[in-house]
Design a binder for this molecule. Structure first.
Ligand code: GRG
Length: 294
């Protein structure tokens, strides 16, 4: 299969579903809804929803049934980026090639847009229009909530903030990476699997893939912060070093970090063996995660 058209087609379908799911830009309060939509449609890669749909398909499920969960995942991811860019956190001016949300709408609306997106995601997951049995729906809500909350992404963000400018050990670095970034990626795989009807063995394959791919993604992100092109990334490069952030390349050196990312990619792909050809998109996405330029 050719990954580029596959990704483009998925991005388009996800964008359409997101546009239909989010409150309209003219709905009151329009400032808030415009701000939520601004960041959601600022040009993200849609990696997490694409993984969620691909995981559903890999276990023989219908990806359309997984679309509300895919949109919810992108809303949560976008909220995290809006909040991460705030002056109280990374204080970034650009994201996805556009001025950050608080630069356009002001800090208070940016905070509330993040809150709105997080809440909207769970509204979507709980909505009766989502074509899922109640038990599956609850399982998906639980695993996404855990991944996004203090035991997952938010917890990873806190340890990351508290580690800035300090010397940390390697297990702490891995904790930050697996929680701040890895948790949502892993939950995307698991949620897609649950919606697609994965049995225990298929769920274990997706979990192993998601764990390895999530860490590989963050290592690739660390590497891009050093060698990436600002124009392609849509954000400043070199910011990790400027902020004294611990990263894989800072710990291992660039070459070793690259080889660790490749190792994790191979581990992720190996974990998919029991799923056969239906998991081909996930295999290709593992390559893309490590070799991407943005
Ligand atoms: C503020 C609660 C809270 C959490 C923030 C995810 C996160 C936690 C912060 C983002 C900081 C960051 C840039 C981490 C690096 C990995 C990452 C999540 C990159 C952005 O994800 P992409 O590349 O972005 O998938 P797009 O724009 O393509 O969706």
């Amino acid at each position: 299969m050719d990954l580029k058209p596959y990704l483009q087609e998925r991005q388009q379908r996800i964008d359409q579903a997101l546009a239909a799911s989010l409150p309209g830009a003219d709905l009151l309060p329009a400032s808030l809804h415009r701000s939520m939509r601004y960041s959601v449609f600022a040009g993200g890669k849609r990696l997490r929803p694409i993984l969620l749909l691909a995981a559903c398909e890999a276990v023989g499920g219908d990806p359309e049934r997984a679309m509300p969960a895919a949109c919810a995942m992108e809303m949560i991811h976008t909220y995290s980026l809006i909040h991460d860019d705030l002056p109280a956190m990374d204080n970034d001016d650009f994201r996805r090639g556009q001025p950050t949300n608080h630069k356009v709408f002001g800090e208070a609306i940016a905070i509330l847009a993040g809150d709105g997106l997080l809440t909207e995601a769970f509204l979507l997951l709980a909505a009766p229009s989502a074509p899922l049995p109640a038990e599956i729906r609850c399982q998906v809500i639980r695993l996404i909530a855990k991944a996004a909350g203090s035991l997952g992404m938010v917890g990873g963000q806190v340890v990351d903030m508290e580690s800035e400018g300090k010397t940390i050990d390697f297990p702490t670095l891995e904790f930050i990476h697996t929680h701040k970034t890895g948790a949502l990626i892993l939950a995307s795989l698991q949620a897609g699997g649950v919606i697609g009807g994965a049995d225990q063995s298929a769920y274990a394959s997706l979990t192993a893939y998601g764990t390895a791919a999530g860490l590989a993604f963050q290592i690739a992100d660390d590497i891009l912060d050093i060698v990436g092109e600002q124009e392609l990334l849509g954000k400043d490069v070199g910011s990790d070093q400027a902020r004294g952030k611990a990263t894989y390349p800072a710990f291992l050196g660039l070459a070793e970090a690259r080889s660790r990312a490749s190792e994790l990619r191979d581990q992720a792909i190996a974990a998919l063996a029991p799923l056969g050809g239906a998991a081909d998109p996930l295999r290709q996405i593992a390559h893309y995660i490590v070799d991407r330029s943005s």
